[in-house]
Design a protein around this ligand. Sequence first.
Ligand code: XLS
Ligand code: NI
Ligand code: NI
Length: 436
Amino acid sequence: MEFFKFIDKVKFEGKDSKNPMAFRYYDKDRVILGKKMSEHLPFAMAWWHTLGACGVDMFGAGTADKSFDNEKATMAHAKAKVDAGFEFMSKMGIEYFCFHDVDLVPEDEDINVTNARLDEISDYILIKMKETGIKCLWGTANMFGNPKFMNGAGSTNSAEVYCFAAAQIKKALDITVKLGGKGYVFWGGREGYESLLNTDVKFEQENIARLMKMAVEYGRKIGFAGDFYIEPKPKEPMKHQYDFDAATAIGFLRQYGLDKDFKMNIEANHATLAGHTFQHELRISAINGMLGSIDANQGDLLLGWDTDEFPFDVYEATMCMYEVLKAGGLTGGFNFDAKNRRPSNSFEDMFYGHILAMDTFALGLIKAAELIEDGRIDAFIKNKYASFNEGIGEKILSGEATLEGLSAYACEKKITTNPDSGRQEYLQTIVNQILF
Ligand code: XLS
Ligand code: NI
Ligand code: NI
């Protein structure tokens, strides 16, 4: 059954094309800095948004029909979603997908039934993967939707719920490994608190770490060689979430000895919710050797929540790709954790959203490569710290310096110098010059 009859395959037509079902910048075989665009940009479809989200919001019902000609919450519907998903990814030229356990099948009261459904659907997905060459980027367990998780999963006060979470993680890992997933994500949905009056933060964080340790041990045992990821987010649904931002999550991983197995999955919209730029979160992850994967979406600075829009801000995408190129690429990919706006409710809009996003990142990649090749920004930064290349600066870097020694140097020289200008506006001019 073909769901998207209006398009055969989205093709690259170039910058001047007015065809809405074509790429203007994403030209998969174009080589940028020695690598094909498709290799720089392993794009992934998010099962939950693309095949599940219907535009439901706090004030109204869904606007988009994602029944795919089947009754919802049935295995027939789950299979139709697989068919629709693989047709969609093939036509878009998207090579990966990401999923939560309960995106794939309807969840039953009895976890054993859910697990059997997951076995069945993953067999079917495997067939489609072989047919199309499409791969799994990462899997995860949804440990925030079920009312059981109202006080968190790893952070719950109920040992029983903790076991239930463990069972979900185990199964989601099994399925991820079965599908050859490159990564496994922990987004700490409800791992946080509303009030400190009823929360033992230390206890909860230690318990989350225990659960992650068990997940790593089990994953390695069943042959999972990929990365585990934490996806930081400061708030929503909880008022305060433990994985607030990259720096916090990295500190947590190091404290509990999880840093060898985990990296960051950075989501653009979560970065801005944390009061950071997307680029900041990427940089912090990269300098700690933990830039793993990206949830490529965009927030709205006028709205204070995770709006999960398809990215269209080329400036942000350029800065993102600048960080990714500097870091030598991702171990993961670019997952479109993004959904159409509620009134964009047709199947065509699913295509337009992903075309917009892929073109935005392709253009970002082209521009980031130009910034790097131009070299003026790198040269500026190198020169900015040049006083550490010789004399007293060199001594500081080599570790020979002592506080007394530096003090003696400063007092003797009666230092009055100020550092050179930061030249921010000059550098911003370079960025604009290259962008436009
Ligand atoms: C929610 C998160 C979620 C994760 C996967 O804000 O972005 O969708 O990516 O659980
Ligand atoms: Ni996400
Ligand atoms: Ni999110």
